[in-house]
Design a protein around this ligand. Structure first.
Ligand code: GLN
Length: 546
Protein backbone atom coordinates (compact mmCIF):
# COMPACT_ATOMS: atom_id res chain seq x y z
CA UNK A 1 0.00 0.00 0.00
CA UNK A 2 1.38 3.39 -0.94
CA UNK A 3 1.93 5.56 2.07
CA UNK A 4 -0.73 8.23 2.26
CA UNK A 5 -0.53 11.03 4.76
CA UNK A 6 -3.78 10.58 6.63
CA UNK A 7 -5.66 13.73 7.62
CA UNK A 8 -7.71 13.67 10.80
CA UNK A 9 -11.05 15.21 11.70
CA UNK A 10 -11.69 14.91 15.43
CA UNK A 11 -15.30 15.21 16.54
CA UNK A 12 -16.00 16.05 20.19
CA UNK A 13 -19.23 16.80 21.97
CA UNK A 14 -20.12 19.56 24.38
CA UNK A 15 -22.89 20.57 26.77
CA UNK A 16 -24.62 17.21 26.99
CA UNK A 17 -24.67 13.74 25.51
CA UNK A 18 -26.98 12.33 22.82
CA UNK A 19 -26.51 15.33 20.54
CA UNK A 20 -25.94 13.17 17.50
CA UNK A 21 -22.17 13.10 17.37
CA UNK A 22 -22.34 9.69 15.71
CA UNK A 23 -24.68 10.97 13.01
CA UNK A 24 -22.56 14.11 12.58
CA UNK A 25 -19.37 12.07 12.19
CA UNK A 26 -21.08 9.65 9.80
CA UNK A 27 -22.55 12.51 7.77
CA UNK A 28 -19.23 14.32 7.37
CA UNK A 29 -17.53 11.06 6.43
CA UNK A 30 -20.32 10.30 3.94
CA UNK A 31 -19.93 13.65 2.21
CA UNK A 32 -16.18 13.14 1.97
CA UNK A 33 -16.60 9.62 0.65
CA UNK A 34 -19.08 10.80 -1.97
CA UNK A 35 -16.54 13.46 -2.93
CA UNK A 36 -14.18 10.66 -3.87
CA UNK A 37 -11.91 10.50 -0.83
CA UNK A 38 -10.71 7.30 0.79
CA UNK A 39 -12.34 7.73 4.19
CA UNK A 40 -12.08 5.84 7.46
CA UNK A 41 -13.90 6.38 10.72
CA UNK A 42 -13.17 5.53 14.35
CA UNK A 43 -15.22 5.66 17.54
CA UNK A 44 -13.43 5.99 20.86
CA UNK A 45 -15.42 5.02 23.94
CA UNK A 46 -14.14 6.39 27.24
CA UNK A 47 -15.74 3.70 29.40
CA UNK A 48 -13.69 1.00 31.13
CA UNK A 49 -15.49 -2.06 29.72
CA UNK A 50 -13.22 -3.85 27.29
CA UNK A 51 -16.05 -4.03 24.78
CA UNK A 52 -19.80 -3.49 24.94
CA UNK A 53 -20.40 -7.25 24.51
CA UNK A 54 -21.42 -7.86 28.09
CA UNK A 55 -23.13 -4.52 28.69
CA UNK A 56 -26.88 -4.53 29.19
CA UNK A 57 -28.74 -3.42 26.09
CA UNK A 58 -30.98 -1.44 28.43
CA UNK A 59 -28.04 0.62 29.52
CA UNK A 60 -25.98 0.81 26.40
CA UNK A 61 -28.33 0.19 23.50
CA UNK A 62 -27.49 -2.35 20.86
CA UNK A 63 -24.22 -4.23 20.59
CA UNK A 64 -23.20 -3.93 16.96
CA UNK A 65 -21.24 -6.82 15.46
CA UNK A 66 -18.69 -6.18 12.74
CA UNK A 67 -17.84 -8.57 9.96
CA UNK A 68 -14.72 -9.72 11.80
CA UNK A 69 -16.78 -10.52 14.88
CA UNK A 70 -15.99 -7.55 17.12
CA UNK A 71 -18.77 -6.53 19.50
CA UNK A 72 -18.77 -2.78 19.15
CA UNK A 73 -20.61 0.40 19.99
CA UNK A 74 -23.81 1.03 18.07
CA UNK A 75 -22.26 4.06 16.39
CA UNK A 76 -20.20 1.68 14.26
CA UNK A 77 -23.56 0.55 12.91
CA UNK A 78 -24.35 4.11 11.87
CA UNK A 79 -20.96 4.37 10.20
CA UNK A 80 -21.57 1.24 8.13
CA UNK A 81 -25.11 2.23 7.26
CA UNK A 82 -24.11 5.71 6.12
CA UNK A 83 -20.84 4.86 4.44
CA UNK A 84 -21.91 1.53 2.97
CA UNK A 85 -18.56 0.09 4.06
CA UNK A 86 -17.50 -2.76 6.36
CA UNK A 87 -15.56 -1.78 9.44
CA UNK A 88 -13.66 -3.94 11.89
CA UNK A 89 -12.39 -4.14 15.44
CA UNK A 90 -9.86 -1.44 14.47
CA UNK A 91 -12.67 1.10 14.17
CA UNK A 92 -13.71 1.15 17.82
CA UNK A 93 -11.78 1.03 21.07
CA UNK A 94 -12.42 1.73 24.72
CA UNK A 95 -10.42 2.96 27.72
CA UNK A 96 -10.57 -0.64 28.94
CA UNK A 97 -8.78 -1.92 25.84
CA UNK A 98 -6.13 0.78 26.06
CA UNK A 99 -5.32 0.02 29.71
CA UNK A 100 -5.47 -3.72 29.08
CA UNK A 101 -2.80 -3.53 26.40
CA UNK A 102 -0.58 -1.16 28.38
CA UNK A 103 -0.82 -3.29 31.53
CA UNK A 104 -0.25 -6.43 29.53
CA UNK A 105 2.91 -4.95 28.03
CA UNK A 106 4.04 -3.80 31.48
CA UNK A 107 3.55 -7.33 32.88
CA UNK A 108 5.68 -8.73 30.08
CA UNK A 109 8.47 -6.28 30.85
CA UNK A 110 7.82 -4.30 27.69
CA UNK A 111 8.55 -0.98 29.39
CA UNK A 112 11.90 -2.08 30.85
CA UNK A 113 10.97 -1.20 34.41
CA UNK A 114 9.90 2.37 33.74
CA UNK A 115 7.09 3.99 35.75
CA UNK A 116 3.93 3.67 33.67
CA UNK A 117 1.87 6.85 33.53
CA UNK A 118 -1.15 8.27 31.76
CA UNK A 119 1.21 10.64 29.98
CA UNK A 120 3.05 9.36 28.00
CA UNK A 121 2.17 5.65 28.09
CA UNK A 122 -1.62 5.61 27.99
CA UNK A 123 -1.74 8.56 25.61
CA UNK A 124 0.87 6.93 23.34
CA UNK A 125 -1.21 3.77 23.15
CA UNK A 126 -4.27 5.88 22.22
CA UNK A 127 -2.29 7.66 19.50
CA UNK A 128 -1.03 4.33 18.18
CA UNK A 129 -4.57 3.02 17.87
CA UNK A 130 -5.83 6.19 16.20
CA UNK A 131 -3.01 6.08 13.64
CA UNK A 132 -3.64 2.38 13.02
CA UNK A 133 -7.28 3.11 12.21
CA UNK A 134 -6.16 5.79 9.77
CA UNK A 135 -3.65 3.62 7.92
CA UNK A 136 -4.18 3.71 4.15
CA UNK A 137 -6.96 6.32 4.43
CA UNK A 138 -6.82 9.85 3.10
CA UNK A 139 -9.10 11.11 5.85
CA UNK A 140 -9.96 9.58 9.21
CA UNK A 141 -12.94 10.91 11.14
CA UNK A 142 -12.45 10.24 14.86
CA UNK A 143 -15.47 10.48 17.13
CA UNK A 144 -14.74 10.81 20.80
CA UNK A 145 -17.55 9.47 22.97
CA UNK A 146 -18.75 11.34 26.04
CA UNK A 147 -18.83 15.08 26.65
CA UNK A 148 -15.95 17.54 26.98
CA UNK A 149 -15.39 18.02 30.69
CA UNK A 150 -15.76 14.31 31.55
CA UNK A 151 -12.79 13.09 33.57
CA UNK A 152 -12.42 9.88 31.58
CA UNK A 153 -12.20 11.76 28.29
CA UNK A 154 -9.03 13.65 29.20
CA UNK A 155 -6.40 11.20 27.93
CA UNK A 156 -8.16 11.08 24.56
CA UNK A 157 -8.28 14.86 24.27
CA UNK A 158 -4.60 14.95 25.14
CA UNK A 159 -3.93 12.41 22.38
CA UNK A 160 -5.84 14.66 19.97
CA UNK A 161 -3.83 17.66 21.05
CA UNK A 162 -0.57 15.81 20.57
CA UNK A 163 -1.52 14.52 17.13
CA UNK A 164 -2.42 18.07 16.12
CA UNK A 165 0.91 19.30 17.50
CA UNK A 166 2.73 16.63 15.54
CA UNK A 167 0.96 17.06 12.19
CA UNK A 168 -0.34 20.64 12.22
CA UNK A 169 -3.58 22.24 11.11
CA UNK A 170 -3.30 21.03 7.52
CA UNK A 171 -3.70 17.49 8.72
CA UNK A 172 -5.71 17.76 11.92
CA UNK A 173 -8.88 19.70 12.64
CA UNK A 174 -11.28 19.67 15.51
CA UNK A 175 -15.05 19.77 15.12
CA UNK A 176 -17.11 20.48 18.22
CA UNK A 177 -20.77 19.44 18.34
CA UNK A 178 -22.82 21.38 20.86
CA UNK A 179 -26.36 22.22 21.80
CA UNK A 180 -27.99 25.62 21.38
CA UNK A 181 -30.87 25.24 23.80
CA UNK A 182 -34.18 26.92 23.21
CA UNK A 183 -35.63 28.64 26.24
CA UNK A 184 -39.25 28.25 25.38
CA UNK A 185 -40.85 30.89 27.56
CA UNK A 186 -38.56 33.50 26.11
CA UNK A 187 -38.52 31.86 22.66
CA UNK A 188 -34.78 32.41 22.69
CA UNK A 189 -31.82 30.30 21.58
CA UNK A 190 -28.89 30.42 23.99
CA UNK A 191 -25.20 30.29 23.08
CA UNK A 192 -23.68 30.42 26.56
CA UNK A 193 -23.33 26.64 27.11
CA UNK A 194 -21.44 26.42 23.81
CA UNK A 195 -19.10 29.22 24.84
CA UNK A 196 -18.34 27.42 28.09
CA UNK A 197 -17.75 24.13 26.36
CA UNK A 198 -15.33 25.73 23.90
CA UNK A 199 -13.55 27.42 26.80
CA UNK A 200 -13.17 24.04 28.45
CA UNK A 201 -11.63 22.65 25.27
CA UNK A 202 -9.23 25.58 25.03
CA UNK A 203 -8.20 25.12 28.62
CA UNK A 204 -6.80 21.74 27.66
CA UNK A 205 -5.11 23.08 24.59
CA UNK A 206 -7.61 22.38 21.85
CA UNK A 207 -9.12 25.11 19.68
CA UNK A 208 -12.02 23.86 17.60
CA UNK A 209 -12.09 24.98 13.98
CA UNK A 210 -15.72 24.11 13.30
CA UNK A 211 -18.77 24.33 15.55
CA UNK A 212 -21.75 22.12 14.78
CA UNK A 213 -24.70 23.73 16.50
CA UNK A 214 -27.55 21.35 17.23
CA UNK A 215 -30.76 23.29 17.43
CA UNK A 216 -34.52 22.94 17.34
CA UNK A 217 -35.05 26.31 15.67
CA UNK A 218 -33.19 27.86 12.76
CA UNK A 219 -30.12 29.87 13.76
CA UNK A 220 -30.25 33.50 12.68
CA UNK A 221 -27.29 35.27 11.09
CA UNK A 222 -26.86 37.26 14.30
CA UNK A 223 -26.65 34.14 16.37
CA UNK A 224 -24.15 32.56 14.02
CA UNK A 225 -22.13 35.75 14.21
CA UNK A 226 -22.24 35.65 17.96
CA UNK A 227 -21.09 32.03 18.00
CA UNK A 228 -18.35 32.80 15.50
CA UNK A 229 -17.13 35.72 17.60
CA UNK A 230 -17.35 34.12 21.01
CA UNK A 231 -15.94 30.74 19.98
CA UNK A 232 -13.27 32.33 17.80
CA UNK A 233 -14.14 30.47 14.62
CA UNK A 234 -14.79 31.86 11.12
CA UNK A 235 -18.40 32.67 10.28
CA UNK A 236 -18.64 29.85 7.74
CA UNK A 237 -17.38 27.44 10.40
CA UNK A 238 -20.61 27.68 12.39
CA UNK A 239 -22.70 24.89 10.95
CA UNK A 240 -26.31 24.53 11.92
CA UNK A 241 -27.63 21.05 12.66
CA UNK A 242 -31.34 21.56 12.93
CA UNK A 243 -33.50 18.65 14.14
CA UNK A 244 -34.57 16.57 11.16
CA UNK A 245 -37.27 13.98 10.55
CA UNK A 246 -34.78 11.38 9.36
CA UNK A 247 -31.14 10.95 10.30
CA UNK A 248 -30.41 10.33 6.61
CA UNK A 249 -31.25 13.97 5.86
CA UNK A 250 -28.22 15.09 7.84
CA UNK A 251 -25.50 14.70 5.18
CA UNK A 252 -27.71 16.70 2.81
CA UNK A 253 -28.37 19.36 5.43
CA UNK A 254 -24.68 19.65 6.27
CA UNK A 255 -23.85 19.97 2.61
CA UNK A 256 -26.37 22.79 2.26
CA UNK A 257 -24.86 24.47 5.32
CA UNK A 258 -21.52 24.35 3.54
CA UNK A 259 -19.58 22.13 5.94
CA UNK A 260 -17.18 21.02 3.21
CA UNK A 261 -15.96 24.56 2.58
CA UNK A 262 -14.03 25.07 5.84
CA UNK A 263 -13.02 21.38 5.96
CA UNK A 264 -11.44 21.66 2.51
CA UNK A 265 -9.86 25.00 3.38
CA UNK A 266 -8.18 23.82 6.57
CA UNK A 267 -7.15 20.40 5.32
CA UNK A 268 -6.13 21.75 1.90
CA UNK A 269 -8.31 19.25 0.09
CA UNK A 270 -8.87 19.57 -3.64
CA UNK A 271 -12.26 21.12 -4.39
CA UNK A 272 -14.93 18.59 -5.28
CA UNK A 273 -18.68 18.28 -5.04
CA UNK A 274 -20.06 15.11 -3.56
CA UNK A 275 -22.42 13.06 -5.69
CA UNK A 276 -25.50 12.73 -3.48
CA UNK A 277 -28.11 12.07 -6.19
CA UNK A 278 -29.04 8.55 -5.18
CA UNK A 279 -28.92 9.45 -1.49
CA UNK A 280 -31.20 12.39 -2.10
CA UNK A 281 -33.81 10.30 -3.87
CA UNK A 282 -33.76 7.66 -1.11
CA UNK A 283 -34.27 10.38 1.50
CA UNK A 284 -37.20 11.76 -0.48
CA UNK A 285 -38.80 8.33 -0.35
CA UNK A 286 -38.23 8.12 3.40
CA UNK A 287 -39.93 11.46 3.89
CA UNK A 288 -42.83 11.06 1.46
CA UNK A 289 -43.33 7.40 0.55
CA UNK A 290 -46.06 6.20 -1.81
CA UNK A 291 -47.12 3.11 0.15
CA UNK A 292 -47.40 1.86 3.71
CA UNK A 293 -47.19 -1.45 5.56
CA UNK A 294 -47.54 -2.27 9.21
CA UNK A 295 -45.17 -4.64 10.91
CA UNK A 296 -45.66 -6.07 14.39
CA UNK A 297 -42.30 -5.93 16.17
CA UNK A 298 -42.54 -8.38 19.04
CA UNK A 299 -39.76 -7.57 21.47
CA UNK A 300 -39.01 -7.25 25.13
CA UNK A 301 -36.70 -4.24 25.32
CA UNK A 302 -39.42 -1.87 24.18
CA UNK A 303 -38.70 0.82 26.72
CA UNK A 304 -35.30 1.19 25.13
CA UNK A 305 -35.65 0.89 21.39
CA UNK A 306 -31.94 1.72 21.00
CA UNK A 307 -31.32 -1.97 21.64
CA UNK A 308 -32.98 -2.76 18.28
CA UNK A 309 -31.23 0.08 16.46
CA UNK A 310 -29.88 -1.82 13.46
CA UNK A 311 -33.14 -3.65 12.86
CA UNK A 312 -35.21 -0.48 13.02
CA UNK A 313 -32.81 1.15 10.55
CA UNK A 314 -32.88 -1.92 8.31
CA UNK A 315 -36.67 -1.54 8.10
CA UNK A 316 -36.18 2.11 7.11
CA UNK A 317 -33.73 1.03 4.38
CA UNK A 318 -36.09 -1.60 3.02
CA UNK A 319 -38.92 0.93 3.08
CA UNK A 320 -36.86 3.61 1.34
CA UNK A 321 -35.89 1.21 -1.42
CA UNK A 322 -39.52 0.07 -1.89
CA UNK A 323 -41.00 3.56 -1.59
CA UNK A 324 -42.96 2.30 1.40
CA UNK A 325 -43.38 3.59 4.91
CA UNK A 326 -42.87 0.77 7.39
CA UNK A 327 -45.09 1.48 10.37
CA UNK A 328 -43.79 -0.46 13.34
CA UNK A 329 -46.40 -1.69 15.81
CA UNK A 330 -44.47 -2.25 18.99
CA UNK A 331 -45.74 -5.34 20.77
CA UNK A 332 -44.42 -6.14 24.21
CA UNK A 333 -43.94 -9.91 24.29
CA UNK A 334 -44.69 -10.11 28.02
CA UNK A 335 -47.89 -8.20 27.54
CA UNK A 336 -48.80 -10.68 24.80
CA UNK A 337 -48.59 -13.50 27.36
CA UNK A 338 -51.23 -11.87 29.51
CA UNK A 339 -53.49 -10.26 26.98
CA UNK A 340 -55.33 -12.39 24.40
CA UNK A 341 -56.92 -9.26 22.93
CA UNK A 342 -53.51 -7.96 21.98
CA UNK A 343 -52.81 -11.24 20.20
CA UNK A 344 -55.95 -10.79 18.12
CA UNK A 345 -54.68 -7.37 17.04
CA UNK A 346 -52.02 -9.19 15.06
CA UNK A 347 -54.71 -9.97 12.50
CA UNK A 348 -54.47 -6.39 11.31
CA UNK A 349 -50.76 -6.26 10.63
CA UNK A 350 -49.06 -7.09 7.34
CA UNK A 351 -46.06 -8.85 8.79
CA UNK A 352 -44.79 -10.18 12.11
CA UNK A 353 -41.18 -9.77 13.17
CA UNK A 354 -39.57 -11.54 16.12
CA UNK A 355 -36.08 -10.17 16.73
CA UNK A 356 -33.11 -11.59 18.62
CA UNK A 357 -32.82 -11.63 22.36
CA UNK A 358 -31.33 -13.31 25.40
CA UNK A 359 -32.93 -15.10 28.35
CA UNK A 360 -36.30 -16.54 29.11
CA UNK A 361 -38.31 -13.42 29.81
CA UNK A 362 -40.98 -12.79 27.20
CA UNK A 363 -40.41 -15.94 25.14
CA UNK A 364 -43.94 -17.31 25.65
CA UNK A 365 -45.44 -14.18 24.13
CA UNK A 366 -43.01 -14.38 21.23
CA UNK A 367 -44.04 -17.98 20.61
CA UNK A 368 -47.72 -16.95 20.65
CA UNK A 369 -46.95 -14.38 17.97
CA UNK A 370 -45.06 -16.98 15.92
CA UNK A 371 -47.96 -19.42 16.19
CA UNK A 372 -50.31 -16.67 15.10
CA UNK A 373 -48.18 -15.88 12.05
CA UNK A 374 -47.94 -19.57 11.14
CA UNK A 375 -51.64 -20.34 11.53
CA UNK A 376 -52.95 -17.12 10.02
CA UNK A 377 -50.49 -17.15 7.13
CA UNK A 378 -49.09 -13.73 7.91
CA UNK A 379 -45.60 -13.03 6.51
CA UNK A 380 -43.11 -13.76 9.25
CA UNK A 381 -39.45 -13.07 9.81
CA UNK A 382 -37.68 -14.53 12.84
CA UNK A 383 -34.17 -13.44 13.74
CA UNK A 384 -31.73 -15.40 15.92
CA UNK A 385 -33.78 -16.05 19.09
CA UNK A 386 -36.76 -15.52 16.78
CA UNK A 387 -35.63 -18.51 14.71
CA UNK A 388 -34.93 -20.66 17.74
CA UNK A 389 -38.42 -19.93 19.06
CA UNK A 390 -39.98 -20.65 15.66
CA UNK A 391 -38.45 -24.13 15.85
CA UNK A 392 -39.70 -24.63 19.41
CA UNK A 393 -43.18 -23.44 18.48
CA UNK A 394 -43.24 -25.87 15.55
CA UNK A 395 -41.93 -28.73 17.69
CA UNK A 396 -44.47 -28.15 20.45
CA UNK A 397 -47.54 -27.33 18.40
CA UNK A 398 -47.06 -29.16 15.10
CA UNK A 399 -44.93 -32.15 16.12
CA UNK A 400 -46.62 -32.35 19.51
CA UNK A 401 -43.33 -32.57 21.40
CA UNK A 402 -44.54 -30.61 24.41
CA UNK A 403 -41.21 -30.71 26.18
CA UNK A 404 -39.28 -29.23 23.27
CA UNK A 405 -37.03 -26.53 24.69
CA UNK A 406 -33.83 -24.59 24.41
CA UNK A 407 -30.94 -25.31 26.73
CA UNK A 408 -30.76 -21.58 27.27
CA UNK A 409 -34.02 -21.71 29.22
CA UNK A 410 -33.83 -25.27 30.49
CA UNK A 411 -30.30 -26.71 30.50
CA UNK A 412 -31.55 -30.19 31.47
CA UNK A 413 -34.37 -30.45 28.93
CA UNK A 414 -35.05 -33.94 27.55
CA UNK A 415 -35.85 -32.48 24.15
CA UNK A 416 -33.08 -29.98 23.38
CA UNK A 417 -34.30 -28.75 19.99
CA UNK A 418 -32.04 -25.78 20.62
CA UNK A 419 -28.78 -26.82 22.21
CA UNK A 420 -25.33 -25.66 23.11
CA UNK A 421 -22.67 -26.97 20.81
CA UNK A 422 -19.52 -27.46 22.72
CA UNK A 423 -17.19 -26.98 19.86
CA UNK A 424 -17.49 -25.08 16.67
CA UNK A 425 -15.17 -23.77 13.99
CA UNK A 426 -14.66 -20.05 14.27
CA UNK A 427 -14.14 -17.46 11.54
CA UNK A 428 -10.45 -18.24 11.29
CA UNK A 429 -11.12 -21.93 10.82
CA UNK A 430 -10.05 -22.69 14.38
CA UNK A 431 -11.87 -25.07 16.66
CA UNK A 432 -13.43 -23.35 19.68
CA UNK A 433 -14.35 -25.31 22.79
CA UNK A 434 -17.17 -24.02 24.91
CA UNK A 435 -18.66 -25.37 28.12
CA UNK A 436 -21.62 -24.51 30.27
CA UNK A 437 -19.28 -22.79 32.64
CA UNK A 438 -17.57 -20.65 30.00
CA UNK A 439 -17.54 -17.02 31.07
CA UNK A 440 -20.17 -14.75 29.53
CA UNK A 441 -17.93 -12.72 27.26
CA UNK A 442 -16.14 -14.29 24.37
CA UNK A 443 -18.07 -17.54 24.02
CA UNK A 444 -20.42 -16.58 21.28
CA UNK A 445 -20.40 -17.39 17.62
CA UNK A 446 -19.68 -13.92 16.33
CA UNK A 447 -19.21 -12.21 13.02
CA UNK A 448 -19.63 -13.20 9.43
CA UNK A 449 -20.11 -16.78 8.27
CA UNK A 450 -21.06 -18.20 4.91
CA UNK A 451 -24.44 -19.83 4.53
CA UNK A 452 -25.48 -22.13 1.69
CA UNK A 453 -28.97 -21.53 0.43
CA UNK A 454 -31.26 -24.33 -0.68
CA UNK A 455 -32.24 -24.51 -4.34
CA UNK A 456 -35.77 -23.21 -4.89
CA UNK A 457 -36.15 -21.86 -1.35
CA UNK A 458 -37.74 -18.56 -0.38
CA UNK A 459 -34.39 -17.68 1.13
CA UNK A 460 -32.50 -18.19 -2.12
CA UNK A 461 -35.11 -16.20 -3.97
CA UNK A 462 -34.81 -13.34 -1.47
CA UNK A 463 -31.07 -13.27 -2.09
CA UNK A 464 -31.58 -13.09 -5.88
CA UNK A 465 -30.61 -16.71 -6.44
CA UNK A 466 -27.26 -16.53 -4.65
CA UNK A 467 -26.09 -19.97 -3.55
CA UNK A 468 -23.77 -18.65 -0.89
CA UNK A 469 -24.63 -15.67 1.26
CA UNK A 470 -22.65 -14.06 4.06
CA UNK A 471 -24.29 -12.73 7.19
CA UNK A 472 -23.23 -11.88 10.72
CA UNK A 473 -23.89 -13.78 13.92
CA UNK A 474 -24.15 -13.20 17.65
CA UNK A 475 -25.45 -16.19 19.56
CA UNK A 476 -24.49 -19.07 21.76
CA UNK A 477 -27.13 -21.70 21.00
CA UNK A 478 -27.92 -23.61 17.81
CA UNK A 479 -30.72 -25.65 16.26
CA UNK A 480 -30.06 -29.30 17.05
CA UNK A 481 -29.49 -31.41 13.90
CA UNK A 482 -30.73 -34.49 15.79
CA UNK A 483 -34.29 -33.32 15.08
CA UNK A 484 -33.69 -32.43 11.48
CA UNK A 485 -35.48 -35.39 9.94
CA UNK A 486 -38.66 -35.12 11.98
CA UNK A 487 -38.84 -31.37 11.36
CA UNK A 488 -38.35 -31.79 7.62
CA UNK A 489 -40.87 -34.62 7.35
CA UNK A 490 -43.52 -32.37 8.82
CA UNK A 491 -43.20 -29.36 6.57
CA UNK A 492 -40.34 -27.36 7.98
CA UNK A 493 -37.68 -26.68 5.37
CA UNK A 494 -34.06 -26.15 6.30
CA UNK A 495 -33.15 -23.65 3.63
CA UNK A 496 -29.83 -22.36 4.88
CA UNK A 497 -26.84 -24.19 6.32
CA UNK A 498 -23.34 -23.34 7.38
CA UNK A 499 -20.96 -26.30 7.61
CA UNK A 500 -23.62 -28.53 9.11
CA UNK A 501 -25.19 -25.85 11.30
CA UNK A 502 -28.83 -25.04 10.69
CA UNK A 503 -28.98 -21.38 9.68
CA UNK A 504 -32.36 -20.77 8.11
CA UNK A 505 -35.76 -22.45 8.28
CA UNK A 506 -38.93 -21.80 6.38
CA UNK A 507 -42.36 -23.36 6.18
CA UNK A 508 -44.09 -25.21 3.37
CA UNK A 509 -47.73 -24.22 2.95
CA UNK A 510 -47.23 -20.69 4.12
CA UNK A 511 -46.92 -17.62 1.89
CA UNK A 512 -43.72 -16.44 3.55
CA UNK A 513 -42.43 -17.72 6.88
CA UNK A 514 -38.65 -17.45 7.11
CA UNK A 515 -36.46 -17.48 10.21
CA UNK A 516 -32.72 -16.95 10.27
CA UNK A 517 -30.09 -17.70 12.87
CA UNK A 518 -27.95 -14.79 11.72
CA UNK A 519 -28.66 -11.08 12.18
CA UNK A 520 -29.45 -9.71 8.72
CA UNK A 521 -29.91 -6.20 10.15
CA UNK A 522 -26.15 -5.81 10.67
CA UNK A 523 -25.45 -5.71 6.93
CA UNK A 524 -28.27 -3.40 5.90
CA UNK A 525 -27.38 0.02 4.52
CA UNK A 526 -29.45 2.85 3.16
CA UNK A 527 -28.01 2.31 -0.31
CA UNK A 528 -27.87 -1.49 -0.04
CA UNK A 529 -30.77 -2.82 2.03
CA UNK A 530 -30.46 -6.31 3.43
CA UNK A 531 -32.10 -8.69 0.99
CA UNK A 532 -34.04 -10.95 3.35
CA UNK A 533 -35.46 -7.94 5.21
CA UNK A 534 -36.30 -6.31 1.88
CA UNK A 535 -38.14 -9.47 0.79
CA UNK A 536 -40.01 -9.60 4.09
CA UNK A 537 -41.29 -6.05 3.53
CA UNK A 538 -42.19 -6.92 -0.09
CA UNK A 539 -44.19 -9.90 1.15
CA UNK A 540 -45.87 -7.78 3.81
CA UNK A 541 -46.85 -5.27 1.10
CA UNK A 542 -48.32 -8.12 -0.92
CA UNK A 543 -50.27 -9.28 2.11
CA UNK A 544 -51.48 -5.73 2.60
CA UNK A 545 -52.72 -5.54 -0.98
CA UNK A 546 -54.78 -8.74 -0.59
N1 GLN B 1 -30.10 -16.22 23.16
C1 GLN B 1 -29.90 -16.90 21.92
C2 GLN B 1 -28.50 -17.48 21.82
O1 GLN B 1 -27.62 -17.12 22.54
C3 GLN B 1 -30.17 -15.98 20.75
C4 GLN B 1 -29.23 -14.83 20.67
C5 GLN B 1 -29.73 -13.72 19.80
O2 GLN B 1 -30.91 -13.64 19.49
N2 GLN B 1 -28.85 -12.83 19.43
O3 GLN B 1 -28.25 -18.32 20.99
Amino acid sequence: MSKVETKYIFVTGGVLSSLGKGITSSSIATLLKHSGFEVGILKIDPYINVDPGTMSPLEHGEVFVTRDGAETDLDIGHYERFLNMDFSSKNNFTTGQVYLSVIDRERKGGYLGKTIQVIPHIVDEIKRRIKLAGEGKEILVVELGGTVGDIEGLPFLEAMREIKHEYGIERVISVHVTLIPLIRVAGELKTKPTQHSVQELRRIGITPQIIIARTEKELSKELKNKLSMSCDVDYDCVIMAQDAKSIYQMPLNFLKEGVLVPISRFLKLPQSTPDMKEWDSLVKRILAPQNEVSIAFVGKYLNLKESYKSLIEALVHAGANLDTKVNIQWIDSEELERNQELLKQLKYVDGILVPGGFGERGIKGKMEAIKFARENKIPFLGICLGMQLAILEFARNVLGVKEADSMEFNPKTKEPFIYLIENFIDQNGEKQIRTHTSPMGGTMRLGEYECQTKEGSKLQKAYNGQKIIKERHRHRYEANPKYREILEKNGLIISGESKGLIEVIELENHPWFVAVQFHPEFTSRLQAPNLVILEFIKQASKHNAN
